[in-house]
Design a protein around this ligand. Structure first.
Ligand code: TYD
Length: 207
């Protein structure tokens, strides 16, 4: 058992995860909580190096899956678990559901392989709450291109992003106790309000 809470944000391109993760962390800090904000792939020096490798190359699909997994194993062992054990709240931009959707649903990696690797990388760091920011791909695309940092995943065609959206919604339907879907197409402050509502519904935190 850990004292801290582990919250993950998931969603497609331009869904506003990173902004909302930061805003939530600020809000929790203002309430006196110790918060660690992190992201995947990344979050550790090794993880950030792996992130660069993945985004700069086009690894073979199984290689890519294993690189994400390696970054996660390091992240959980050296950052997430120690932070939770010390009683921190951990807010993470992308986690296991991104692997299930991008590598499982989209890239066709064997679900048994995904499950077993997930158990070994993440079983002791299971999110208390996953907030899925749901945005129509066309809206997400406009936001991501305005931001000017489209990565090679973002540059895929709209049908690919429709499947990503569907993948996250399927997970939310399968795991309603862990996941809450939030309409990410609204304004930043409205979405932040929904995030606070989700926190207070789940944890009784008047965030
Ligand atoms: P990032 O810039 O973080 O994307 P975004 O701004 O949309 O969050 O790039 C990370 C990319 O890696 C993103 O397109 C999704 C992908 N990804 C996976 O395919 N599998 C994973 O397990 C994770 C964590 C990310």
């Amino acid at each position: 058992m850990t004292a801290g809470k582990f919250i993950t944000f998931e969603g497609g391109e331009g869904s506003g995860k990173s902004t909302q993760a930061m805003m939530l962390a600020d809000r929790l800090r203002a309430l006196g909580k110790n918060v660690v904000v992190t992201r995947e792939p990344g979050g550790t020096p090794l993880g950030e190096s792996i992130r660069e490798l993945i985004l700069a190359n086009r690894p073979a699909l199984v290689a890519e899956f294993l690189l994400f997994a390696a970054a996660r194993a390091e992240h959980v062992a050296t950052k997430i678990l120690p932070a939770l054990d010390a009683g921190n709240w951990v807010v993470c931009d992308r986690y296991i559901d991104s692997t299930r959707v991008y590598q499982g649903k989209l890239a066709g990696i064997d679900p048994h392989l995904i499950d077993i690797v997930e158990k070994h990388t993440s079983k002791n760091a299971w999110p208390s709450l996953t907030l899925i920011l749901d945005v129509p791909p066309a809206t997400g695309r406009v936001r991501a291109s305005e931001r000017g940092d489209l990565n090679r995943y973002d540059a895929e065609k709209i049908s690919y992003h429709e499947q990503i959206r569907e993948g996250f919604l399927e997970i939310a339907a399968r795991e309603p106790r862990r996941c809450i879907v939030i309409d990410g197409s609204k304004s930043t402050s409205e979405v932040a309000g929904s995030v606070r509502g989700a926190l207070s519904a789940r944890f009784g935190v008047e965030a």
